[in-house]
Each structure stands twice: as C-alpha cells, then as structure tokens.
Design a protein around this ligand. Structure first.
Ligand code: GLV
Ligand code: MN
Ligand code: MN
Ligand code: MN
Length: 413
C-alpha cells in the first residue's frame, strides 16, 4: 500500500525544519520572496528533491520544477505543488503542506515500487503570497500568461526595486519569456493545501475536495491631503488623509456586507500613514484592499460601491485619490473528473470527504488556465491560517498525502 510508505515522521520533521528557516523565530514564520530566508528555504528544498532523485529545473523567476521522469516522457506530465513563501507572521503549514507533502507523496510512490508512465512534476511556485510586489500568485500568474511579461517587468517593491533586480540577485538570469507555459503543458494539476477555514475540522471531515476557487481582486489607494501642525491647524481647515482612509475602510466593509451575497468578503489589510507623527496631521495614506467572492457579479457590485463611496469621501474631504487595480481575477472551476477521482481515492482509503469552495486563492487558480485542476484540502486547527498558531495534525497531513499519492498514481498510469 502506498499509504504505508508515507514516512510521516520524516515529513513532520521537515515541516519543522523548514519552519525554522524564517526571517523571524518560530512560531512566526516569515519568508518574503527572495529574502535571505526564502533563498535558504529554496536551497534546502532543492537538496530534499535531489535526495529523492528528482531532476530540477528553475525558470526565470524561480518557479522550481522537480521531475520524476515517467516511462513515456513524451506524454504531458501530471503536476502537483504549492508554495514555500510565507507572509509576515505566518505559520508553518500554508503552502508547505502542498510542497513537502507533494514530495512525500512522490517518495512514497517510489518506495511502493510504482513506476509512472507520465512524468510527475512537483512545482514550488514563486511568490504565491503578495508580499514583495503586492500581487499574489506571481509565479503561476506569469506561467499562465495572466500577467503579461511586460507588466511583470514594471513591478516594484516598496524601495523601488523591480522583479529583474530581485530575480537576478537570486541567480535567475534567463530570458523572462521562459516562464510562460502553453495550455496543456500538464495533463492535470492537483494541489494539496490546508483548508485555512474551520469547516472540515468542525464537521470531522478528513478531506475537502475543491470544486471552485473564489475570485479575488485587490486595489491600492493613494490618498493625498494636507499636512500641518496638530496644534495649529483648526478642524475646518483640515484635509486629513487618514480620516478619509478610515471612512473608505468602513465603506469597504459596508460594500461587502451589502453586496447581496453572503460570500463577499473585503479587507483593508494595508494602511500606511505619513508622516506618522503624533503632532502632525496625516498628509498621505496608502491603503490596500482585498475583495473576493465566488460570484463575479456580486464582487463587481461591491467594487462599484467602493469606488463610488471613496470618490464621494475624498471630494467631501478635499483629498486627492489615485486608485490602482492590483489584480482582478476570475474564479476557477475545478475539473469534474478530477474532483470525482479525488473523492474516489479518499473513499478507497476510508476517508470522509466534502466538496467545497476555496475562499483563499491558490496557484491552482492560475494553473486552471493551463490544465484541469482540483485541490485536496485537509483540516487545520480552528481554521487558523496566516498566523503563527496555524496547525494541521500529522494524522490530517498523512491522510492528505495518501490521497494525493493515490491521485497522482491514477493520473500518471
Ligand atoms: C492566499 O494566501 C490568500 O490570500 O488567499
Ligand atoms: Mn497564504
Ligand atoms: Mn497557501
Ligand atoms: Mn496564499
């Protein structure tokens, strides 16, 4: 049995070891794209892949492909994978379970004596998290052509350093065009991930089978008012950028609540104030807003509301507002055959399943442009994610890896 070949102790200690490769000490894991911690994590992971006899290829932005060559290498490979980067103050499992769990699935398949006909490729995507350049799923977004290369060349971090600077520093110097893959590059893509929500744990379900991934959008506001002395400028004469931003943040919340869809969620997760001095009126604000729904029409209604309200607020307060759309993505629908296959494999292993929607985005959202996809979700403690106490039990992970391994086997026969 493949499941018996899963070495959970090895996988658990690898998850622990990787958690220690962080810009901050455990339990707060932080690995921002191409930071020293990210580079160390990449080097560490490549060693693991080489020890498993996988051959490695990296594209121009550091997407890493670790391949187990099949008996018929001309067939399009089956792919799995996820990400190792982590937002500031994150946990040990987001993305990591899909990458190291994918590696363990391959090792277990090998140990069971299985030889695939199609190659199996384990992908570690670059920058699934929107940390350095503010846009999520950079690797898969570019791979699938959703972000054109010309636009990627313009990305800058907060210090004005671009993608070319950072990828060069990380040793990725090939032509950027090599990132782009054709539709059909993979025969299928299956991503293992923690649920990042509480449903599986609450209901005591082993495996979530993802049918659809919600459509995310993100916006950046730059608000410019007028600064001045906090003692000297009287209230009627003020153009306080923070107060306009505060009103906009409340309008963002209201837009989500009144969109007409219970699935609309909106978050103002970035709010930077200048000059940031107690005795100086805030003259500038940068805000970033994340807006999602599974239903595009509801998301668009909320977006319209946010735009109208923010314009009104800024006019009323005499604030200049510039608005940039960071991304506006469509939902992904998972492949019905893959969904059924994951369910069937879970059932054969004796695991309970539930079909679900992914409210978080994942590289699968963009891989859906290249091949049929689905995702395997496993329960995590109270649904916590993007925080240091994120946790999935070894038993939950083992089940996810077993389903992934069986699924990869079926797809590569
Ligand atoms: C992924 O990290 C997301 O924000 O959904
Ligand atoms: Mn995440
Ligand atoms: Mn993730
Ligand atoms: Mn993510």
């Amino acid at each position: 049995m493949i499941a018996d070949c899963i070495e959970m102790d090895r996988l658990s200690s690898e998850i622990e070891e990787l958690g220690n490769i962080s810009e901050y000490p455990l339990p707060a894991v932080t690995r921002v794209l191409f930071s020293d911690a990210d580079l160390r994590a990449r080097a560490w992971f490549k060693e693991r892949c080489l020890s498993a006899d996988l051959s490695l290829h990296e594209d121009a932005i550091g997407n890493l492909f670790a391949t187990w060559l099949g008996q018929d290498p001309d067939l399009e490979p089956v792919a799995t994978g996820s990400h190792l980067d982590a937002i500031p103050n994150a946990g040990k499992y987001d993305g990591v379970v899909g990458v190291l769990g994918g590696l363990e699935a391959i090792r277990a398949l090998k140990a069971s004596g299985y030889v695939p006909r199609r190659s199996i490729v384990l992908i570690m995507f670059t920058a699934e998290e929107p940390t350095r350049f503010g846009v999520g799923c950079l690797g898969s977004r570019m791979m699938s052509g959703v972000m054109p290369l010309a636009r990627a060349e313009l990305l800058q971090d907060e210090n004005g350093l671009g993608l070319n600077h950072w990828r060069g520093r990380a040793g990725h110097v090939s032509e950027m065009s090599d990132v782009l893959l054709d539709r059909g590059a993979f025969s299928s893509f299956v991503e293992l991930h923690i649920e990042q929500g509480p449903k599986l744990e609450e209901r005591g379900i082993d495996i979530g089978v993802v049918e659809k991934i919600a459509a995310p959008a993100a916006f950046r506001f730059h608000l410019t008012g007028a600064g001045g002395h906090a003692g000297a400028v009287l209230m009627p004469d003020r153009h306080d950028a923070l107060l306009a931003g505060a009103e906009i943040a409340l309008a963002v919340e209201k837009a989500a609540i009144t969109s007409g869809s219970a699935d609309t969620v909106a978050t103002t997760g970035v709010f930077e104030v200048k000059p940031g001095a107690i005795n100086s009126i805030p003259f500038a604000v940068k805000m970033e807003v994340d807006l999602r729904d599974t239903d595009m029409a509801a998301r668009e209604r909320a977006e319209k509301m946010i735009l109208t309200q923010s314009a009104d607020i800024c006019t009323r307060r005499g604030i200049e507002c510039s608005l940039e759309t960071i991304n506006s993505d469509e939902p992904a629908v998972c492949d019905a055959n893959l969904v059924s296959l994951v369910e069937a494999k879970s059932l054969e292993l004796g695991f309970s399943t539930q079909r679900m929607i992914s409210r978080a985005y994942h590289d699968s959202l963009f891989m859906a442009r290249l091949s049929p996809i689905t995702m395997i979700f496993i329960p995590c403690f109270k649904g916590y994610s993007h925080r240091p106490d994120e946790y999935s039990s070894p038993e939950a992970i083992r089940k996810g890896v077993a389903v992934l391994a069986e699924t990869l086997k079926s797809l590569s026969l």
